[in-house]
Design a protein around this ligand. Sequence first.
Ligand SMILES: Nc1ncnc2c1ncn2[C@@H]1O[C@H](COP(=O)(O)OP(=O)(O)OP(=O)(O)O)[C@@H](O)[C@H]1O
Ligand SMILES: [Mg+2]
Length: 351
Amino acid sequence: MPGLELRSVSKRFGPLTAVEAVNLDLPAGKFISFLGPSGCGKTTLLRLIAGLETPSSGQVVLEDRDITALPTHQRNIGMVFQSLALFPHLNVWNNITYGLRIRGMPQADRRRRAGELLEMVRLPGVEERDIKQLSGGQRQRVAIARALALEPTLFLLDEPLSALDAKLREEMQVELRMLQERLGITTIIVTHDQREAMTMSDLVVVMSTAEVQQVGPPLEIYRSPATAFVADFIGSSNLLDAQCVDPSTVRIGESEFSVPSVPEGARSGDALTLTIRPEDVHVLPSGDTASNRLPGRVSFVRDVGASVELFLRCGELELISISAPKDRPEARPGDDVMVELPAESCVVVRR
Ligand SMILES: Nc1ncnc2c1ncn2[C@@H]1O[C@H](COP(=O)(O)OP(=O)(O)OP(=O)(O)O)[C@@H](O)[C@H]1O
Ligand SMILES: [Mg+2]
């Protein structure tokens, strides 16, 4: 089924480019997150999809129909913003069915529909309450119910959970995901929280300033970052300056390392970045030489109970290794060790 397509969409605010030639092809029925640091253009991209902003160039296509010039209220889109924007002077059920009233649905039908929607967001029986009498999490659910009342084709949420405390936030993430799966509605959420994006999404769109860096399922983005930015932004990574030697070898300082591959088109001598997750860096006793190993020294040990982090210095390089307590290497600050970067765990990207 065709979903949402952005074709070379750009948005400029005067001299500032908030979104630069973004191409996206997002399948229908999926849960998608726009993930990236503050100011990278996530909200602008969502507003362009919603029709709250007009692109400076490019097209927005929903289910094979060009909607670039279509006003927001004709796009059949449900939205939840960070501020929620519930009507304080209306009670819960009138908030939820506001859009249905505008469409002329009779009161009795609206009342029944509000009941169903509250059931769906697991908040039954609060129809008559004032918005002020609800907790943050309950308001969140009312805002979601209101956005879904008109059975939108597209459900857009901009940092909807950021005002909630950590525990409730995690509960709501799981609930939102389950609700989306049940309804099968194409959903896009904006977040700068990578854990949130990983928990909920079928597809993550990683953005840096005005641009899309990578689109893929959460684990693919984690395991095969396409750029140094993605490797650093998603989880944490060791980023090491490297030089291309051949399609399966890079040089770091004086040492050569086997790697699964180098970026397409990279030639001998090209500047690259080798990325490796801290959990993939192994620390072995000093003198245990083999390929893909470097001598180094432990500079600091951070033991936080659930995991042990070793800060390592290998000549000019600094690396972090993380292990579970049961696999804790026998190493203390000042110890000489061998640091192994297993070939299969190395991901080489362009610098
Ligand atoms: N109406 C506007 N006029 C001028 N500049 C704007 C406007 N809206 C956004 N910008 C600028 O566009 C850039 C992207 O903003 P946007 O709100 O899309 O970022 P964001 O990724 O949602 O950030 P955050 O995570 O902080 O919400 C920023 O530099 C911002 O200052
Ligand atoms: Mg924003």
